[in-house]
Design a protein around this ligand. Structure first.
Ligand SMILES: Cc1cc2nc3c(=O)[nH]c(=O)nc-3n(C[C@H](O)[C@H](O)[C@H](O)COP(=O)(O)O)c2cc1C
Length: 297
């Protein structure tokens, strides 16, 4: 417990052959979000947690007539009564599931190929990055959000209870890769001034990774570069996309260090018609790798 957290209730329930401890805690997570409070009701037997209920104040929608304080209080009272009347039956009905572990990937570089077109311009960008990084024999993983099962975020905020999403899908692997990498390269086209739907789903679902980092104090840091293409002409076509990608990276501890934005693809159609582009990609990747080597030293 931190300084301003509160132990609302702590009772010892002693039966003929066992002692249980029931605690009801209120934690102020205001350094994560304004006014966020997490409530935990826990039953332990020695060092073993045999029952755990958690809820937080951001889970409750304005039109739902519920609030976390009374729900947690009700659980604490019911559990206390159940433990006092028949502890064996209480234990029988409890299962404590541990959060799914984040398994950090071994790849130092992660490329997200954010276009649904697997043979398009972003695919070229991703391939050039791959080729350059493989020359250095650096382990690299490419993620294709459009090919993965990623349920859109439903804004339930349950990830702020224990750092994991309610959906168990391909995002566990994505978060694992992000949590192990030192360089993230996002290759992305502009769709209606923003990223396409599949990569946007991936971005939103990284909220669970943000929750994990905030709750556990995880400080893994990496750097990120954005390589983007747009059909129309003019730098203004990237304004919104750039803001989204910077927020995405900063939300999960990735420092944006560079970007290449290529506009006018409606006319050009194929990036390979721009003679200097592959050299520009090599240069930005090399710069990122140099900055990594300096950090490692
Ligand atoms: C649904 C959709 C929306 C798009 N919206 C924009 C846009 O808002 N601004 C723009 O400049 N280009 C827009 N484009 C054009 C793409 O950015 C362009 O075709 C890009 O080259 C596609 O990248 P890819 O070849 O990697 O798939 C859009 C394309 C699609 C299919």
């Amino acid at each position: 417990m931190k300084n301003n957290d509160e132990l609302v209730r702590k009772v010892e329930i002693v039966t003929s052959d066992e002692t249980f401890l029931l605690t009801y805690e209120r934690e102020y997570l205001t350094d994560i979000y304004p006014g966020m409070i997490r409530y935990s009701v826990r039953v332990t037997r020695g060092t073993e947690t045999i029952a755990l209920f958690r809820t937080n104040s951001y889970e409750y929608q304005p039109l739902v007539p519920l609030e976390p304080e009374s729900i947690a209080c009700k659980v604490a009272k019911e559990w206390e009564m159940a433990l006092r009347s028949n502890p064996m039956e209480f234990i029988y009905h409890q299962t404590v599931t541990k959060p799914r572990a984040i398994r950090p990937g071994n790849e130092h570089v992660v490329v997200i190929m954010g276009s649904p077109r697997l043979e398009g311009n972003c695919s070229l960008l991703a391939r050039w990055c791959n080729d350059r990084i493989k020359e250095e024999k650096i382990p690299i993983k490419t993620i294709y959000p459009g090919e993965l099962q990623i349920h859109p975020c439903i804004g339930c905020y349950q990830c702020y209870n224990d750092g994991q999403c309610v959906f168990d899908d391909d995002m566990d692997e994505v978060i694992g890769a992000l949590s192990g990498c030192q360089l993230l390269v996002v290759c992305v086209p502009v769709y209606t001034n923003s990223p396409p739907a599949a990569i946007k789903a991936l971005i939103d679902r990284c909220q669970a990774y943000h929750a994990f980092r905030a709750l556990t104090g995880d400080t893994h840091a990496a750097v990120g570069i954005t390589l983007a293409v747009a059909g129309r002409k003019g730098p203004e076509n990237f304004t919104c996309l750039k803001t989204i990608l910077h927020s995405f990276m900063e939300n999960i501890g990735i420092v944006p260090i560079g970007e290449i934005m290529v506009d006018g693809l409606d006319e050009i159609r194929d990036l390979r018609k721009i003679p200097t582009i592959q050299g520009d990609i090599n240069e930005i990747v090399e710069k990122a790798l140099r900055s990594l080597r300096q950090t490692v030293r």
